[in-house]
Design a protein around this ligand. Sequence first.
Ligand code: HEM
Ligand SMILES: CC(C)=CCC/C(C)=C/CC/C(C)=C/COP(=O)(O)OP(=O)(O)O
Length: 301
Amino acid sequence: MTAATVTTPIAADWRDFLALTKPRVLSLVVYTGLCGLLAAPTTIHPVIGFTAILCIALAAGAAGTLNQWYEVDLDSRMKRTAKRPLPAGRMDRDTALQFGVGLSIFSVVLMGLAVNLVAAAILAVSILFYVLVYTVWLKRRTPQNIVIGGAAGAFPPMIGWAAATGDVTLMPILLFAIIFLWTPPHFWALALFVETDYANAGVPMLPVVAGERVTRQHVGLYTIPMAAVAIAPWPLGFTDWIYGTVAVATTAIFAVLALIVTMRTSQPGDGMTPEKKLFKFSILYLFILFGALVVDAQVFA
Ligand code: HEM
Ligand SMILES: CC(C)=CCC/C(C)=C/CC/C(C)=C/COP(=O)(O)OP(=O)(O)O
């Protein structure tokens, strides 16, 4: 790529619109939504189920778009995000705003009309939470930004469950709580090895504000309730032994990796550091845990 193509704004193509939706993060968001839907104790018509998942995907994409619309200044200062369509100048902000608002409204209205109002209401709350509470309000103000704002990403299984059943009971609240408590170790493990980037952008992430030692302690601190909540559906009788066994085994691995990160004092080096291991495993963990939930629900239905 020449310098001219980097600095000269060019027309955005479909890849830029896709990039606005943060597709890789979206994959896990949609997956946990699907698992919530499939684990619910009722059957949903496949077309309605598909529509519900589509709405979650569109809403998450819309929220990711509005997040990028708002933080062009931050994204342009971080290596990881500087090549996104807006900071790189491949798309103008108004186009992104229209795309994000349009998708948001479309996804919520479609969910309300085709699925049910409970799912549509929680979907609207998720978008507003990610955009207003996390992106606009907390992200630039407090190192607790991801703890409170991270709740946005915890709603999808609850939305999937509500799409199938029309209500929210203790089990979908537990599924929400798993992702809510998983987000801090997921993110702080990552922030420990991309710390300088956030410092450059002036984002008060925990390692930047409180330092590495406190961040490591917080990784361990949040892993304890996360582990309890992840295993809880089994002793509480919401799931059977398949979920229980998988939850105990994978949570044990998560806890050991988190403990290593918590106990470490040295600066992370290159290669597969414990922080990178925990971050990568955190993603695999949710995939396995929620997969086990669905298998368990189908086998013991
Ligand atoms: C406030 C909460 C969260 C923050 C600050 C956060 C932050 C990040 C960051 C900075 C990355 C690095 C790579 C990238 O930009 O793609 C990442 C990766 C990732 N996150 Fe999160 N995350 C959060 C919540 C979630 C949630 C709720 C999910 C899904 C349930 C999720 C799923 C993922 C996945 C799948 C990746 C890997 C993407 C890849 O392959 O590059 N994250 N996260
Ligand atoms: C159903 C629905 C509307 C769900 C939306 C929730 C959602 C997409 C949550 C993910 C949260 C997330 C990726 C935060 C990234 O932080 P950041 O935005 O600070 O990351 P960045 O530094 O990469 O921009």
